[in-house]
Write a protein that binds this ligand. Structure first.
Ligand code: MN
Length: 129
């Protein structure tokens, strides 16, 4: 159901605005960070239900950020979905192997993103407790 808090980590202002507007229109709450460092900090304080993480970020990139999140026992159950322009199958498998729980391809499809987000929210946690 809508209403869940989604953290968007994206350094491109147009992409950030697009994703924010679509998700808010669909009834989700959103918070934002333009760097992985800020995103990791917000994850700890706000505990979003899902993180949409751009892979290419200034400073710490999305790959390092997901490693940090998955290394933190109190945060690792929050699904992290890569936002990536990489289209090759091998690239996507590499993202999953690096700790991402899924990926959403750029350019963002405004008709699809809410459905994809809800699909990730509905997934059972892959981490055994
Ligand atoms: Mn970027």
């Amino acid at each position: 159901m809508a209403g869940e808090l989604i953290l968007i980590v994206e350094d491109n202002p147009k992409n950030l605005k697009l994703i924010r507007d679509v998700l808010r229109y669909r009834g989700y709450a959103t918070i934002e960070a333009e760097t992985a460092e800020a995103g990791i900090e917000l994850t700890g304080t706000e505990r979003p239900s899902l993180i949409l993480m751009d892979v290419n970020l200034p400073g710490i990139d999305g790959r390092a950020a997901v490693k940090a999140l998955k290394a933190n026992a109190s945060l690792r159950d929050i699904p992290v979905v890569a936002l990536t322009a990489f289209a090759m199958k091998g690239d996507r498998e590499a993202l999953l192997a690096e700790g991402f729980d899924g990926y959403i391809a750029k350019p963002i499809d405004v008709k699809e993103i809410a459905r994809l987000v809800q699909g990730y929210l509905d997934r059972p946690s892959p981490t055994p407790h």
